[in-house]
Ligand binder design. Sequence first.
Ligand SMILES: C[S@@+](CC[C@H](N)C(=O)[O-])C[C@H]1O[C@@H](n2cnc3c(N)ncnc32)[C@H](O)[C@@H]1O
Length: 259
Amino acid sequence: MPFDTSVAHVARVYNYWLGGKDNFAADRAAGEQAVKAFPDIVLSARANRAFLARAVRFLATQSGIRQFLDIGTGIPSANNTHEVAQSAAPQSRVVYVDNDPVVLVHARALLVSDPAGATDYIEADLRNPQQILERAARLLDFSQPVAVMLMAILQHLDDADDPYQVVATLLDAVPAGSYLALSHPAKDIDAEAMAKMAESLNRTMAEKVTFRDRGAVARFFDGLDLVEPGMVQASKWRPASEVEAASPAALWAGVARKA
Ligand SMILES: C[S@@+](CC[C@H](N)C(=O)[O-])C[C@H]1O[C@@H](n2cnc3c(N)ncnc32)[C@H](O)[C@@H]1O
């Protein structure tokens, strides 16, 4: 499917912040304007990626999770979900979901699975969770625990999209012992700069953003049991080192179990 490179898209802007090469002039311009509003966005994006890897490692090694539904995958980067999961448990099965055709173009890199496990890619919109669940069932066994991953994606659903109902639909479809792993840009960390960045991104990017405060992000975990240390700034979630813990990260993040 052809895609318009003259308009910035979040997958490519995020790729630019992460130092990737899969972006165009409009994405770089939008990314740079955001950096001017919030200079820590680059470190924040890296801290989010590091949280993703730590969460997946935790799920694969300490929670016995072998099935992952990673929605809002992004352009492949270092430490993609199946690489982290399969390095701990080669039989892990991972379904990736994104609605950006550019991610689809790169999906081949996500489909190089360890032969003991499997990966799949679905082009779909988070606003239609039922469709995602139906297609994911081609690879995932929904009678067994699944980790639903929503890493830095829910900010692209505004309140009219009813993001809480979307998350509830996904969690209703998975059995007890499943997990929700989530990160979300914070409205109340570095609030002034984050507000400026939101305003900038909403001017330049195709996908609009709604940043949320601690209470609004915590609501996504309602009815689930947060594992230690609870919902915290992304860099403070089980950091591997003091340096990692000290990284700026304007995101709330957590991992919770369905009882
Ligand atoms: C900021 S990136 C995060 C990538 C990755 N999850 C991470 O945390 O490193 C957000 C991704 O979500 C995707 N996305 C945004 N809105 C979406 C929607 N409504 N449905 C599916 N994917 C969406 C974008 O295309 C992009 O790849």
